[in-house]
Design a protein around this ligand. Structure first.
Ligand code: SAH
Ligand code: SF4
Ligand code: F3S
Length: 459
Protein backbone atom coordinates (compact mmCIF):
# COMPACT_ATOMS: atom_id res chain seq x y z
CA UNK A 1 0.00 0.00 0.00
CA UNK A 2 1.39 3.45 -0.85
CA UNK A 3 2.08 5.99 1.86
CA UNK A 4 -0.66 8.21 0.46
CA UNK A 5 -3.27 5.49 0.69
CA UNK A 6 -2.15 4.71 4.18
CA UNK A 7 -3.18 8.13 5.42
CA UNK A 8 -6.65 8.07 3.96
CA UNK A 9 -8.44 5.95 6.57
CA UNK A 10 -10.35 7.57 9.38
CA UNK A 11 -11.04 6.38 12.90
CA UNK A 12 -13.70 7.57 15.32
CA UNK A 13 -13.98 6.17 18.84
CA UNK A 14 -16.88 7.02 21.13
CA UNK A 15 -16.10 6.27 24.74
CA UNK A 16 -18.33 5.70 27.76
CA UNK A 17 -17.51 4.61 31.28
CA UNK A 18 -14.49 4.93 33.51
CA UNK A 19 -11.03 6.37 32.97
CA UNK A 20 -9.78 2.89 32.09
CA UNK A 21 -12.01 3.03 29.03
CA UNK A 22 -10.70 6.49 28.14
CA UNK A 23 -7.18 5.12 28.42
CA UNK A 24 -8.08 2.02 26.38
CA UNK A 25 -9.55 4.17 23.60
CA UNK A 26 -6.23 6.01 23.35
CA UNK A 27 -4.40 2.71 23.16
CA UNK A 28 -6.74 1.36 20.45
CA UNK A 29 -5.94 4.47 18.40
CA UNK A 30 -2.21 3.75 18.92
CA UNK A 31 -2.66 0.13 17.78
CA UNK A 32 -4.43 0.98 14.51
CA UNK A 33 -2.32 4.06 13.67
CA UNK A 34 0.32 1.94 11.85
CA UNK A 35 -2.50 0.58 9.64
CA UNK A 36 -3.10 4.14 8.47
CA UNK A 37 -6.04 5.14 10.67
CA UNK A 38 -6.07 8.77 11.79
CA UNK A 39 -8.65 10.18 14.23
CA UNK A 40 -11.66 12.16 13.03
CA UNK A 41 -14.18 14.04 15.16
CA UNK A 42 -17.02 13.21 12.79
CA UNK A 43 -18.46 9.73 13.26
CA UNK A 44 -20.05 9.73 9.80
CA UNK A 45 -16.65 10.16 8.10
CA UNK A 46 -15.14 7.16 9.85
CA UNK A 47 -13.89 4.07 8.04
CA UNK A 48 -13.62 2.44 11.43
CA UNK A 49 -16.19 3.43 14.05
CA UNK A 50 -15.62 1.99 17.52
CA UNK A 51 -18.00 2.24 20.45
CA UNK A 52 -16.04 1.66 23.64
CA UNK A 53 -18.79 0.74 26.05
CA UNK A 54 -19.58 0.55 29.75
CA UNK A 55 -21.79 -2.04 31.43
CA UNK A 56 -21.80 -0.72 34.97
CA UNK A 57 -25.40 0.51 35.03
CA UNK A 58 -28.41 -0.27 32.90
CA UNK A 59 -28.57 3.14 31.22
CA UNK A 60 -25.07 2.68 29.84
CA UNK A 61 -26.24 -0.35 27.81
CA UNK A 62 -29.39 1.42 26.54
CA UNK A 63 -27.25 4.25 25.18
CA UNK A 64 -25.21 1.80 23.13
CA UNK A 65 -28.22 0.38 21.31
CA UNK A 66 -29.55 3.81 20.42
CA UNK A 67 -26.13 4.80 19.04
CA UNK A 68 -25.91 1.57 17.07
CA UNK A 69 -29.17 2.41 15.33
CA UNK A 70 -27.60 5.64 14.08
CA UNK A 71 -24.41 3.84 13.09
CA UNK A 72 -26.40 1.49 10.89
CA UNK A 73 -27.83 4.46 8.96
CA UNK A 74 -24.36 5.94 8.50
CA UNK A 75 -23.01 2.60 7.37
CA UNK A 76 -25.83 2.27 4.79
CA UNK A 77 -25.22 5.82 3.57
CA UNK A 78 -21.53 5.08 3.05
CA UNK A 79 -22.32 1.80 1.30
CA UNK A 80 -24.36 3.74 -1.26
CA UNK A 81 -21.16 5.64 -2.09
CA UNK A 82 -19.35 2.34 -2.47
CA UNK A 83 -17.46 2.75 0.80
CA UNK A 84 -17.11 0.41 3.70
CA UNK A 85 -17.62 1.57 7.26
CA UNK A 86 -16.48 -0.96 9.85
CA UNK A 87 -18.64 -0.69 12.97
CA UNK A 88 -17.16 -2.16 16.14
CA UNK A 89 -18.29 -2.55 19.73
CA UNK A 90 -15.52 -2.76 22.33
CA UNK A 91 -15.44 -2.55 26.10
CA UNK A 92 -17.53 -4.01 28.85
CA UNK A 93 -20.89 -4.37 27.06
CA UNK A 94 -19.10 -6.24 24.28
CA UNK A 95 -17.59 -8.55 26.88
CA UNK A 96 -20.83 -9.13 28.77
CA UNK A 97 -23.39 -9.11 25.97
CA UNK A 98 -21.47 -9.97 22.81
CA UNK A 99 -23.97 -12.55 21.60
CA UNK A 100 -26.91 -10.24 22.33
CA UNK A 101 -25.29 -7.46 20.26
CA UNK A 102 -24.74 -9.89 17.40
CA UNK A 103 -28.41 -10.85 17.54
CA UNK A 104 -29.88 -7.35 17.89
CA UNK A 105 -27.41 -5.55 15.63
CA UNK A 106 -26.11 -8.00 13.02
CA UNK A 107 -24.60 -5.14 10.99
CA UNK A 108 -21.92 -4.71 13.68
CA UNK A 109 -18.68 -6.02 12.16
CA UNK A 110 -16.56 -6.58 15.24
CA UNK A 111 -17.38 -7.21 18.88
CA UNK A 112 -14.43 -7.53 21.20
CA UNK A 113 -13.71 -7.39 24.91
CA UNK A 114 -11.21 -5.25 26.84
CA UNK A 115 -8.53 -7.93 26.94
CA UNK A 116 -8.18 -8.22 23.17
CA UNK A 117 -7.27 -4.71 21.94
CA UNK A 118 -3.75 -5.72 20.95
CA UNK A 119 -5.35 -8.15 18.46
CA UNK A 120 -7.21 -5.35 16.64
CA UNK A 121 -5.08 -5.39 13.44
CA UNK A 122 -5.77 -9.10 13.08
CA UNK A 123 -9.49 -8.62 13.66
CA UNK A 124 -9.65 -5.79 11.11
CA UNK A 125 -7.85 -7.98 8.58
CA UNK A 126 -10.39 -10.72 9.21
CA UNK A 127 -13.47 -8.55 8.64
CA UNK A 128 -12.03 -6.99 5.52
CA UNK A 129 -11.12 -10.40 4.14
CA UNK A 130 -14.16 -12.40 5.10
CA UNK A 131 -17.84 -11.84 5.18
CA UNK A 132 -19.45 -12.15 8.58
CA UNK A 133 -18.35 -10.56 11.80
CA UNK A 134 -15.80 -11.05 14.52
CA UNK A 135 -16.73 -11.87 18.08
CA UNK A 136 -13.72 -11.89 20.39
CA UNK A 137 -14.36 -11.96 24.11
CA UNK A 138 -11.43 -14.13 25.07
CA UNK A 139 -9.10 -13.51 27.96
CA UNK A 140 -5.95 -14.30 25.93
CA UNK A 141 -2.89 -15.92 27.43
CA UNK A 142 -0.47 -13.21 26.30
CA UNK A 143 -1.30 -10.21 28.48
CA UNK A 144 -2.61 -7.26 26.52
CA UNK A 145 -0.31 -4.69 28.16
CA UNK A 146 2.83 -6.53 27.09
CA UNK A 147 1.64 -6.69 23.50
CA UNK A 148 0.49 -3.09 23.04
CA UNK A 149 2.80 -0.46 21.57
CA UNK A 150 4.05 1.98 24.18
CA UNK A 151 1.83 5.00 24.69
CA UNK A 152 3.05 8.00 22.71
CA UNK A 153 1.34 10.64 24.83
CA UNK A 154 1.50 14.38 24.34
CA UNK A 155 -0.81 15.29 27.23
CA UNK A 156 0.34 17.41 30.17
CA UNK A 157 -1.88 15.39 32.51
CA UNK A 158 -1.60 11.80 31.33
CA UNK A 159 -3.12 8.48 32.38
CA UNK A 160 -1.27 5.22 32.77
CA UNK A 161 -2.97 1.88 33.41
CA UNK A 162 -0.97 -0.22 35.83
CA UNK A 163 -3.50 -2.81 36.90
CA UNK A 164 -6.65 -4.25 35.47
CA UNK A 165 -9.47 -6.48 36.59
CA UNK A 166 -10.91 -7.20 39.97
CA UNK A 167 -11.15 -10.18 42.31
CA UNK A 168 -13.36 -8.48 44.89
CA UNK A 169 -16.78 -9.52 43.57
CA UNK A 170 -18.94 -6.89 45.22
CA UNK A 171 -22.40 -8.36 44.77
CA UNK A 172 -23.73 -5.42 42.70
CA UNK A 173 -20.85 -5.12 40.25
CA UNK A 174 -20.11 -6.45 36.75
CA UNK A 175 -16.44 -5.47 36.61
CA UNK A 176 -14.97 -8.83 37.75
CA UNK A 177 -16.90 -10.45 34.88
CA UNK A 178 -16.18 -7.89 32.18
CA UNK A 179 -12.54 -7.17 33.00
CA UNK A 180 -11.55 -10.52 34.41
CA UNK A 181 -9.14 -11.43 37.19
CA UNK A 182 -6.75 -8.94 38.69
CA UNK A 183 -3.58 -8.43 36.72
CA UNK A 184 -0.68 -6.09 37.51
CA UNK A 185 1.94 -4.89 35.06
CA UNK A 186 5.61 -5.12 35.92
CA UNK A 187 7.29 -2.17 37.60
CA UNK A 188 9.80 -1.92 34.73
CA UNK A 189 7.12 -1.55 32.06
CA UNK A 190 5.26 1.06 34.13
CA UNK A 191 8.41 3.11 34.79
CA UNK A 192 9.36 2.93 31.11
CA UNK A 193 5.93 4.16 30.04
CA UNK A 194 5.97 6.92 32.66
CA UNK A 195 9.40 8.09 31.43
CA UNK A 196 8.18 8.14 27.83
CA UNK A 197 5.15 10.18 28.86
CA UNK A 198 7.30 12.69 30.71
CA UNK A 199 9.68 12.98 27.74
CA UNK A 200 6.70 13.81 25.54
CA UNK A 201 5.52 16.53 27.90
CA UNK A 202 3.53 14.95 30.73
CA UNK A 203 3.95 16.66 34.09
CA UNK A 204 1.20 14.77 35.89
CA UNK A 205 0.43 11.07 35.70
CA UNK A 206 -2.67 9.40 37.09
CA UNK A 207 -2.16 5.68 37.62
CA UNK A 208 -5.26 3.75 36.67
CA UNK A 209 -6.77 0.44 37.64
CA UNK A 210 -10.21 -0.93 38.48
CA UNK A 211 -8.62 -1.61 41.84
CA UNK A 212 -5.46 0.38 41.49
CA UNK A 213 -4.27 -0.04 45.07
CA UNK A 214 -4.51 -3.82 44.77
CA UNK A 215 -1.47 -3.41 42.49
CA UNK A 216 1.16 -6.07 43.07
CA UNK A 217 3.69 -5.83 40.26
CA UNK A 218 7.03 -7.56 39.98
CA UNK A 219 9.91 -5.17 40.60
CA UNK A 220 13.46 -5.21 39.19
CA UNK A 221 14.57 -7.01 42.35
CA UNK A 222 12.13 -9.85 41.67
CA UNK A 223 10.04 -8.90 44.71
CA UNK A 224 6.38 -8.01 44.47
CA UNK A 225 5.84 -4.29 44.89
CA UNK A 226 2.72 -2.63 46.21
CA UNK A 227 1.40 0.71 45.00
CA UNK A 228 3.15 2.66 47.79
CA UNK A 229 6.56 1.35 46.78
CA UNK A 230 5.82 2.08 43.13
CA UNK A 231 5.13 5.73 44.03
CA UNK A 232 8.52 6.09 45.72
CA UNK A 233 10.11 4.88 42.46
CA UNK A 234 8.00 7.10 40.17
CA UNK A 235 8.78 10.11 42.36
CA UNK A 236 12.42 9.77 41.21
CA UNK A 237 11.53 10.67 37.62
CA UNK A 238 12.73 14.24 37.02
CA UNK A 239 10.09 16.70 35.78
CA UNK A 240 7.21 14.48 36.86
CA UNK A 241 5.58 17.00 39.15
CA UNK A 242 2.37 15.28 40.13
CA UNK A 243 1.10 11.78 40.80
CA UNK A 244 -2.46 10.61 41.34
CA UNK A 245 -4.25 7.26 41.29
CA UNK A 246 -7.71 5.78 40.95
CA UNK A 247 -9.83 3.87 41.77
CA UNK A 248 -8.94 2.49 45.16
CA UNK A 249 -10.60 -0.03 47.42
CA UNK A 250 -10.54 0.62 51.20
CA UNK A 251 -9.40 -2.94 51.77
CA UNK A 252 -6.12 -2.33 49.91
CA UNK A 253 -5.25 1.00 51.57
CA UNK A 254 -2.10 -0.34 53.27
CA UNK A 255 0.37 1.46 55.53
CA UNK A 256 3.04 1.80 52.85
CA UNK A 257 0.59 3.62 50.59
CA UNK A 258 -0.52 5.89 53.43
CA UNK A 259 3.15 6.59 54.22
CA UNK A 260 3.69 7.51 50.57
CA UNK A 261 1.07 10.25 51.05
CA UNK A 262 3.12 11.57 53.97
CA UNK A 263 6.55 11.33 52.27
CA UNK A 264 6.07 12.12 48.61
CA UNK A 265 5.28 15.75 47.79
CA UNK A 266 4.38 14.82 44.19
CA UNK A 267 1.55 12.61 45.41
CA UNK A 268 -1.40 14.98 45.33
CA UNK A 269 -3.56 15.46 48.44
CA UNK A 270 -6.68 14.03 46.87
CA UNK A 271 -8.05 10.51 47.09
CA UNK A 272 -11.04 8.82 45.52
CA UNK A 273 -11.88 6.07 47.96
CA UNK A 274 -15.36 4.64 47.38
CA UNK A 275 -17.27 3.52 50.47
CA UNK A 276 -20.65 2.78 48.77
CA UNK A 277 -22.68 2.75 52.00
CA UNK A 278 -22.44 3.78 55.64
CA UNK A 279 -24.42 0.80 56.91
CA UNK A 280 -22.54 -2.29 58.05
CA UNK A 281 -25.49 -4.50 57.20
CA UNK A 282 -25.51 -3.24 53.61
CA UNK A 283 -21.70 -3.27 53.32
CA UNK A 284 -21.84 -6.93 54.28
CA UNK A 285 -24.58 -7.73 51.74
CA UNK A 286 -22.52 -5.87 49.15
CA UNK A 287 -19.54 -8.09 50.00
CA UNK A 288 -17.41 -4.97 50.38
CA UNK A 289 -15.18 -6.73 52.91
CA UNK A 290 -14.90 -3.65 55.13
CA UNK A 291 -17.04 -2.08 57.83
CA UNK A 292 -18.00 1.51 58.35
CA UNK A 293 -15.52 1.78 61.25
CA UNK A 294 -12.69 0.35 59.20
CA UNK A 295 -13.37 2.99 56.57
CA UNK A 296 -13.33 5.70 59.24
CA UNK A 297 -10.03 4.44 60.64
CA UNK A 298 -8.43 4.53 57.19
CA UNK A 299 -9.56 8.13 56.77
CA UNK A 300 -8.12 9.00 60.19
CA UNK A 301 -4.77 7.45 59.25
CA UNK A 302 -4.74 9.27 55.92
CA UNK A 303 -5.48 12.58 57.59
CA UNK A 304 -2.78 11.95 60.17
CA UNK A 305 -0.31 11.32 57.31
CA UNK A 306 -1.49 14.22 55.14
CA UNK A 307 -3.59 16.73 57.00
CA UNK A 308 -4.99 18.54 53.94
CA UNK A 309 -6.01 15.41 52.02
CA UNK A 310 -9.33 15.89 50.22
CA UNK A 311 -11.64 12.93 49.85
CA UNK A 312 -13.96 11.67 47.18
CA UNK A 313 -16.19 8.62 47.13
CA UNK A 314 -18.82 6.62 45.29
CA UNK A 315 -22.18 5.80 46.88
CA UNK A 316 -24.97 3.47 45.90
CA UNK A 317 -28.45 4.15 47.27
CA UNK A 318 -31.28 1.64 47.18
CA UNK A 319 -29.19 -1.52 47.32
CA UNK A 320 -31.57 -4.51 47.84
CA UNK A 321 -32.86 -4.56 51.41
CA UNK A 322 -31.67 -1.02 52.22
CA UNK A 323 -33.93 0.45 54.91
CA UNK A 324 -34.43 4.03 56.06
CA UNK A 325 -32.03 3.29 58.93
CA UNK A 326 -29.35 2.04 56.54
CA UNK A 327 -29.75 5.16 54.46
CA UNK A 328 -29.55 7.33 57.59
CA UNK A 329 -26.26 5.59 58.44
CA UNK A 330 -24.88 6.58 55.03
CA UNK A 331 -25.97 10.18 55.58
CA UNK A 332 -24.28 10.17 58.96
CA UNK A 333 -21.02 8.80 57.57
CA UNK A 334 -21.02 11.56 54.94
CA UNK A 335 -21.68 14.22 57.59
CA UNK A 336 -18.84 13.10 59.83
CA UNK A 337 -16.31 12.41 57.07
CA UNK A 338 -16.77 15.47 54.87
CA UNK A 339 -16.14 14.92 51.16
CA UNK A 340 -14.63 17.40 48.72
CA UNK A 341 -16.67 15.75 45.99
CA UNK A 342 -18.40 12.43 45.35
CA UNK A 343 -20.42 10.40 42.89
CA UNK A 344 -23.68 8.78 43.85
CA UNK A 345 -25.86 6.34 41.97
CA UNK A 346 -29.15 4.54 42.30
CA UNK A 347 -28.59 0.82 42.56
CA UNK A 348 -28.97 -0.69 39.10
CA UNK A 349 -29.81 -4.35 38.76
CA UNK A 350 -27.17 -6.09 36.66
CA UNK A 351 -28.05 -9.51 35.22
CA UNK A 352 -25.86 -12.29 36.55
CA UNK A 353 -24.67 -10.45 39.68
CA UNK A 354 -25.70 -11.87 43.08
CA UNK A 355 -27.48 -8.67 44.18
CA UNK A 356 -29.83 -8.78 41.20
CA UNK A 357 -31.51 -11.81 42.79
CA UNK A 358 -31.67 -10.38 46.31
CA UNK A 359 -34.98 -9.44 47.85
CA UNK A 360 -36.55 -7.06 48.46
CA UNK A 361 -35.45 -4.76 45.66
CA UNK A 362 -36.01 -1.14 46.64
CA UNK A 363 -38.79 0.80 44.88
CA UNK A 364 -37.67 3.34 42.29
CA UNK A 365 -39.40 6.23 44.08
CA UNK A 366 -37.55 5.41 47.30
CA UNK A 367 -34.24 5.28 45.45
CA UNK A 368 -35.02 8.66 43.89
CA UNK A 369 -35.77 10.25 47.26
CA UNK A 370 -32.63 8.84 48.88
CA UNK A 371 -30.43 9.87 45.99
CA UNK A 372 -31.86 13.36 46.10
CA UNK A 373 -31.21 13.69 49.82
CA UNK A 374 -27.67 12.32 49.58
CA UNK A 375 -26.73 14.46 46.59
CA UNK A 376 -28.00 17.60 48.30
CA UNK A 377 -25.71 16.91 51.27
CA UNK A 378 -22.73 16.04 49.06
CA UNK A 379 -23.22 19.21 47.02
CA UNK A 380 -23.32 21.32 50.15
CA UNK A 381 -20.03 19.75 51.25
CA UNK A 382 -18.44 20.25 47.84
CA UNK A 383 -19.55 23.84 47.77
CA UNK A 384 -18.17 24.48 51.25
CA UNK A 385 -14.87 22.84 50.30
CA UNK A 386 -14.53 24.98 47.18
CA UNK A 387 -15.61 28.22 48.93
CA UNK A 388 -13.04 27.62 51.63
CA UNK A 389 -10.28 27.88 49.01
CA UNK A 390 -11.24 31.43 48.00
CA UNK A 391 -8.45 33.75 49.07
CA UNK A 392 -5.90 30.92 49.27
CA UNK A 393 -2.94 30.60 46.94
CA UNK A 394 -2.54 27.16 45.37
CA UNK A 395 -0.16 25.55 42.89
CA UNK A 396 -2.07 24.88 39.66
CA UNK A 397 -0.75 22.70 36.86
CA UNK A 398 -1.94 24.16 33.57
CA UNK A 399 -2.74 21.81 30.70
CA UNK A 400 -4.22 23.93 27.90
CA UNK A 401 -6.67 26.61 26.80
CA UNK A 402 -10.21 26.30 28.12
CA UNK A 403 -12.08 23.85 25.94
CA UNK A 404 -13.76 25.50 22.97
CA UNK A 405 -11.56 28.59 23.05
CA UNK A 406 -9.59 29.48 19.95
CA UNK A 407 -6.23 31.23 19.92
CA UNK A 408 -6.87 34.95 19.81
CA UNK A 409 -9.96 34.80 22.02
CA UNK A 410 -9.58 36.46 25.39
CA UNK A 411 -8.21 33.18 26.46
CA UNK A 412 -8.81 31.38 29.66
CA UNK A 413 -6.33 28.69 30.55
CA UNK A 414 -7.31 25.47 32.28
CA UNK A 415 -5.41 23.73 35.03
CA UNK A 416 -5.96 21.56 38.06
CA UNK A 417 -5.58 22.41 41.70
CA UNK A 418 -3.86 19.88 43.99
CA UNK A 419 -7.39 18.73 44.89
CA UNK A 420 -8.15 18.01 41.21
CA UNK A 421 -10.61 20.84 40.70
CA UNK A 422 -10.64 22.51 37.31
CA UNK A 423 -9.10 25.94 37.78
CA UNK A 424 -9.23 28.79 35.27
CA UNK A 425 -7.19 31.95 34.85
CA UNK A 426 -7.27 34.70 32.24
CA UNK A 427 -4.18 34.44 30.08
CA UNK A 428 -3.71 38.21 29.88
CA UNK A 429 -0.38 39.17 28.29
CA UNK A 430 1.41 35.97 29.15
CA UNK A 431 2.09 33.73 26.14
CA UNK A 432 0.31 30.38 26.35
CA UNK A 433 3.55 28.37 26.28
CA UNK A 434 4.70 30.16 29.42
CA UNK A 435 1.65 28.82 31.25
CA UNK A 436 0.79 25.42 29.78
CA UNK A 437 2.89 22.63 31.26
CA UNK A 438 3.82 24.79 34.24
CA UNK A 439 2.78 24.53 37.84
CA UNK A 440 2.13 28.14 38.86
CA UNK A 441 0.86 29.79 42.02
CA UNK A 442 -2.70 31.02 41.66
CA UNK A 443 -4.73 33.10 44.06
CA UNK A 444 -8.27 31.74 44.07
CA UNK A 445 -10.80 34.53 43.60
CA UNK A 446 -14.00 32.62 42.95
CA UNK A 447 -15.43 29.17 43.57
CA UNK A 448 -18.24 27.48 41.66
CA UNK A 449 -19.83 24.09 42.25
CA UNK A 450 -17.37 22.32 39.93
CA UNK A 451 -14.53 24.75 39.31
CA UNK A 452 -12.34 27.55 40.62
CA UNK A 453 -11.24 30.83 39.09
CA UNK A 454 -8.13 32.72 40.09
CA UNK A 455 -5.32 35.07 39.13
CA UNK A 456 -1.66 34.29 38.61
CA UNK A 457 0.35 35.34 41.59
CA UNK A 458 3.17 37.58 40.34
CA UNK A 459 6.54 36.76 41.84
N1 SAH B 1 -13.45 -0.32 41.39
C1 SAH B 1 -14.11 0.75 41.92
C2 SAH B 1 -15.29 1.27 41.11
C3 SAH B 1 -15.94 0.46 40.09
S1 SAH B 1 -17.39 0.99 39.30
C4 SAH B 1 -14.50 0.42 43.35
O1 SAH B 1 -14.34 -0.66 43.81
O2 SAH B 1 -14.98 1.28 44.05
C5 SAH B 1 -17.65 2.65 39.76
C6 SAH B 1 -18.81 2.84 40.67
O3 SAH B 1 -20.02 2.49 40.04
C7 SAH B 1 -18.79 1.99 41.92
O4 SAH B 1 -17.96 2.52 42.89
C8 SAH B 1 -20.23 1.99 42.33
O5 SAH B 1 -20.52 3.08 43.18
C9 SAH B 1 -20.97 2.17 41.02
N2 SAH B 1 -21.67 0.93 40.65
C10 SAH B 1 -21.14 -0.24 40.34
N3 SAH B 1 -22.10 -1.15 40.09
C11 SAH B 1 -23.28 -0.51 40.27
C12 SAH B 1 -24.64 -0.91 40.19
N4 SAH B 1 -24.99 -2.15 39.88
N5 SAH B 1 -25.59 0.01 40.42
C13 SAH B 1 -25.27 1.29 40.76
N6 SAH B 1 -23.99 1.71 40.85
C14 SAH B 1 -23.00 0.83 40.62
FE1 SF4 C 1 -16.68 -3.65 41.32
FE2 SF4 C 1 -16.25 -4.04 43.89
FE3 SF4 C 1 -14.38 -4.69 42.12
FE4 SF4 C 1 -14.92 -2.15 42.61
S1 SF4 C 1 -14.10 -3.64 44.07
S2 SF4 C 1 -14.66 -3.08 40.61
S3 SF4 C 1 -17.11 -2.16 42.96
S4 SF4 C 1 -16.38 -5.64 42.33
FE1 F3S D 1 -17.82 0.63 32.90
FE2 F3S D 1 -16.24 -1.37 32.35
FE3 F3S D 1 -15.27 0.84 33.42
S1 F3S D 1 -18.28 -1.51 33.13
S2 F3S D 1 -16.96 1.58 34.64
S3 F3S D 1 -16.18 0.67 31.43
S4 F3S D 1 -14.64 -1.23 33.84
Amino acid sequence: MSAKNKMTKKLHIKTWGCQMNVYDSGRMADVVAPLGYAATDEAEDADLLIFNTCHIREKATDKLFSELGRARDMQAERAKQGQRMIVAVAGCVAQAEGAEIQRRAPYVDMIFGPQTYHQLPEMIARVTRETGGVLNTEFPVEPKFDSLPRQTGGEIAAFLSIQEGCDKFCTFCVVPYTRGAEYSRTVASIVAEAETLVQSGAREITLLGQNVNAFHGVGADGAVWGLGRLFYRLAEIPDLKRLRYMTSHPRDMDDELIAAHRDIPQLMPFLHLPVQSGSDRILEAMNRKHTRDEYRRIIDKLRAAKSNIALSSDFIVGFPGETDEDHAATMELVRETGFAQAYSFKYSRRPGTPASAMIPQVAEAVKDARLHELQALLQTQQNAFNQNLVGQTLPVLFDGPKRGEKPGDNEQVHGRSPFAQSTFIERGDAPLHRIVGQELMVKITQARQNSLTGVLKQN
